[in-house]
Write a protein of this length. Structure first.
Length: 423
């Protein structure tokens, strides 16, 4: 269990880190201020500031986020009238730091009760110093000033020119798309690494790679390099067709059409009956042809990526045509169960699971559902079609509704997973 938990945290952490780094990198390139880059959720356990971004690690290793200035998930720096703060003033008489937290104290901080503030356009704050309400004092706020929030984390303020909406529309689209894109890149890289760890790369051709000793195939005279072009007269163009045709005939005689070089022959044999997943299937004792050259190992990353993508879209298509079923989804509990199975196969099992999960995360995030990256991109395209920005109220309402529906789906999926794996 300990190995499974550690593996689960590492896998989830890598997925989140890679996904969020995509948003982070392209936001920085677009001139958008990334106020916080967080791994994990909940209370912070560590934080560090560099180049205007606060990097945090939070206690729950489930999820993470990139907090971009002015984005829908960015907490506003609204300082309500009457809020007690302390401020630091720089050499140019501009405020450089505002402390709103009771968890920290500013050295040489000036106590102030806020009367009003504008940290977006005007960049000023005014209030009463040392509870002296006889004089209202106003300070200009430095463009690069910081604010210590209630949980004690220090982040930059968010002036208008560095906010998400100030970037061009193409820059915002690529910033939203970059998270899923990074997940796809991660999957290709991991599959390519697996390509070098495997003894050989399956070609999915209808050519026999190896013949098992004393097997039905060997006794029938099949040899490595034989090309099985048909089973019972039905054409087999690849290994998938061949495997399916033979596995469906346990203990039933079949006729194989075999080519070797320019010679063609027919071979009759009866597949053994083997129980697999409580079902009897046919086996004749042949292995798929494999390649070991450098190009094949590298290309394995792309071919496996496309195979998994096709499989996922097949599942999504089935859901659209046959109706929604909660069993088609898996949440953190299902991922944990999958991690346990993957860990039992060693490092190759974990890497394969990581790559498949990364593709799933990327595709799901691109679904046009509000609150997901795909929903944000959809709003970007609506803005492009209308040729004017969407109202904050419209985008906020759509996002809240989408987030609420996602939470309901997550609760249903998690409860279903608990029943499926533990009861």
């Amino acid at each position: 269990m300990i190995i499974t938990i550690i593996t689960f945290i590492i896998v989830f952490g890598v997925l989140v880190l890679v996904h969020e780094f995509g948003h982070y990198y392209f936001a920085k390139r677009a001139g958008i201020l990334v106020r916080e880059f967080s791994i994990g959720m909940g209370p912070k356990i560590w934080w560090h500031r560099k180049n205007g971004t606060t990097y945090t690690i939070r206690i729950l290793p489930l999820g993470g986020y990139v907090r971009m200035a002015g984005a829908q998930d960015d907490d506003e720096d609204t300082l309500r009238p009457g809020t007690p703060v302390s401020i630091q003033v720089g050499e140019n008489d501009k405020v450089t730091l505002i402390n709103t937290s009771k968890k920290s104290t500013l050295f040489n901080g000036i106590p102030m009760q806020v009367a009003n503030a504008d940290l977006v356009d005007g960049l000023w704050i005014e209030g009463y110093i040392n509870d002296d309400e006889s004089e209202l004092k106003r300070y200009d706020v430095d463009h690069d000033a910081s604010i210590i929030e209630g949980d004690g984390v220090q982040v930059r303020i968010a002036p208008r020119d560095v906010q998400f909406q100030s970037a061009s529309l193409p820059q915002r689209i690529i910033t939203n798309f970059a998270g899923p894109m990074n997940n796809f890149i991660l999957a290709v890289v991991v599959f390519a690494i697996l390509g070098f760890m495997l003894s050989g790369i399956p070609t999915n051709s209808n050519v026999v790679g190896e013949v098992t000793s004393n097997s039905v195939a060997q006794k029938a005279g099949l040899k490595s390099g034989d090309k099985i072009t048909a089973v019972n007269g039905k054409k087999t163009s690849d290994w998938t067709d061949l495997s399916s045709a033979i596995s469906s005939k346990p203990d039933k005689q079949v006729t194989l059409t075999v080519k070797h070089n320019d010679n063609k022959k027919t071979v009759k044999l009866t597949p053994d009956s083997v129980t697999q997943e409580k079902k009897k299937v046919g086996r004749i004792g042949i292995m798929e042809e494999q390649k070991t050259d450098f190009v094949s190992r590298i290309s394995y990353g792309f071919t496996q990526f496309m195979a998994i993508v096709s499989l996922i879209f097949g599942v999504l298509g089935h859901m659209l045509t046959h109706g929604f079923n909660v069993n088609d989804f898996g949440g953190p509990v299902a991922i944990y169960a999958g991690t346990s199975t993957a860990a039992s196969y060693g490092i190759t099992g974990v890497l394969n699971f990581l790559a498949v999960l990364s593709i799933n995360l990327g595709i799901v995030n691109l679904l046009p559902i509000p609150a997901l990256d795909g929903g944000k991109i959809l709003l970007n395209f609506i803005e492009a079609i209308r040729r004017k920005p969407n109202s904050e109220r419209f985008e906020g309402t759509v996002t809240v509704i989408g987030f609420g529906l996602l939470m309901l789906l997550m609760l249903a999926v998690t409860w279903n997973d608990i029943q499926r794996y533990f009861f």
